[in-house]
Design a protein. Structure first.
Length: 438
């Protein structure tokens, strides 16, 4: 089925869609958000569910009070929503964490051997494995050659885990996960997918792909309430050292002894983030209700429009890892000749109310391999429209053709307009705050 794209509409209702922000030259403008890859605004379904739960919020587990029982039921039911969203196997458990970084550090403590990673990874999927034995594969110029390097490394000596990104947080390029899972299994390893950038954009079936472990963050999945997820096979999680020691993670405690609970409770010590779990579940339910073909078509239409518009501007270069990438999510990385990315991002924000990300995106080895000190990243989400894309293209064209109308200076590595005329606090002088809070 081919989805019909309405370029004037977003695909789903997100918070802040009608946000007005101040411009440095005076007045206000609607905000064009191209920073979904860093954090996504909350879906309306998510904020609605949180509002419904808040009156019943209480500490979960072992509480006899009605509010505690409601909160416990909601918290545990949230695992089911996540499992259904990912089509998890019966042997896979859902552990609630703080974010993707937390999930990957948790799993790193449970892996009974060395882990193979690519040098393109976000630091969250690069650093945790170092203290437990990490082997790094350098990405090649093509996806196919990169996969062959992974095969060679896995065959060179035993590894317990292959840890890969689902979609690059810098370029959006997607790896063939089912194929990589098959390769890992044939080599006697399991596979972990960092799905922080993939889960908001693609439906993932753990059963069909053979993925053993998967992690993502709520704040990238339109549920910015401080929770994340690790889903994976039970045996490693049951045997691994508890991530945190404390109440809720134990069966029995003596003065000199402790009997730990099984996963997921084993890794959820302390009072859990009930609202965060409920928010992730609501986001999973909302995304599951969207036709996946429509979602992909919507984002591909906008990303292709953005790439075409940017490449037509003199001096603009798109950033990619591979020359043969078969698929990308809605992330477009680029540079502009002779203009520092941080200055471009400051200009887009100050003069055009457009939010993009600049820097090295917590992927320093990747940027170094591409020969870049920094880049710009525009990322698309459910609230993005063609009008937003056209605004970004127009603003970059104006910058390249005429330059900025304001002065900009870097302080401690951060570029800002000088002078800064916009109120940057909700406690700003009377009359300024409303433009910040909508």
């Amino acid at each position: 089925m081919t989805a019909v794209i309405d370029p004037t509409c977003a695909i789903a209702a997100v918070s802040g869609a009608d946000l007005q922000v101040p411009l440095v030259q005076g007045g206000t403008s609607s905000y064009a958000n191209f920073d979904y890859a860093a954090s996504a605004p909350a879906l309306k379904q998510v904020t609605d569910r949180i509002s419904q739960l808040l009156p019943f919020y209480a500490s979960v587990h072992r509480g006899a009070g009605y509010a505690s029982r409601i909160s416990t039921e909601c918290y545990e039911a949230s695992r089911g929503s996540v499992a259904r969203f990912l089509d998890a196997d019966d042997d896979q458990v859902v552990v609630f964490t703080r974010n993707t970084t937390d999930s990957l550090n948790l799993l790193a403590g449970c892996v009974p051997g060395e882990t193979v990673v690519l040098d393109i990874e976000h630091h969250a999927n690069f650093l945790p494995w170092t203290k437990y034995g990490r082997r790094v594969v350098r990405a090649a110029a093509t996806v196919e050659e990169t996969i062959q390097r992974v095969v060679a490394e896995l065959c060179s000596k035993p590894a317990a885990l292959l840890a890969v990104t689902g979609a690059s947080n810098v370029t959006g390029e997607v790896l063939p996960l089912e194929r990589l899972a098959t390769i890992a299994h044939l080599c006697g390893a399991r596979i972990l997918v960092d799905a922080a950038q993939l889960a908001p954009h693609r439906r993932i079936s753990l059963r069909e792909t053979g993925i053993d472990y998967l992690a993502f963050s709520g704040h990238k999945l339109y549920a910015p309430f401080g929770s994340g997820v690790l889903v994976g096979r039970r045996d490693w999680l049951d045997a691994g050292e508890p991530y945190l020691a404390g109440g809720g993670a134990v069966r029995e405690v003596g003065v000199t002894s402790v009997e730990w609970a099984c996963a997921p409770q084993r890794h959820e010590a302390g009072s859990p983030n009930v609202l965060g779990a409920a928010a992730i579940a609501a986001a999973c339910d909302a995304l599951a209700a969207i036709d996946p073909d429509e979602l992909v078509a919507h984002e591909r239409f906008l990303a292709d429009r953005l790439r075409a518009g940017l490449t037509a501007i003199p001096g603009v270069e798109l950033v990619n890892i591979w020359s043969d990438s078969p698929d990308c999510v809605g992330i477009v990385a680029f540079t502009i000749a002779d203009i520092v990315p941080g200055k471009v991002a400051a200009y887009l924000s100050a003069e055009h109310a457009i939010g993009v990300r600049d820097g090295r995106f917590c992927a320093h080895p990747l940027l170094a391999s591409l020969g870049l000190d920094a880049a710009l990243r525009a990322s698309i989400g459910l609230g993005t429209t063609a009008a937003d894309v056209d605004r970004l293209i127009s603003a970059v064209t104006t910058l390249v053709t005429h330059g900025p109308t304001w002065n900009y200076a870097a302080t401690n590595g951060h570029w800002n307009p000088t002078p800064e005329t916009r109120p940057l606090s909700a406690s700003s002088p009377e009359g300024a705050a409303p433009c910040l809070i909508g």
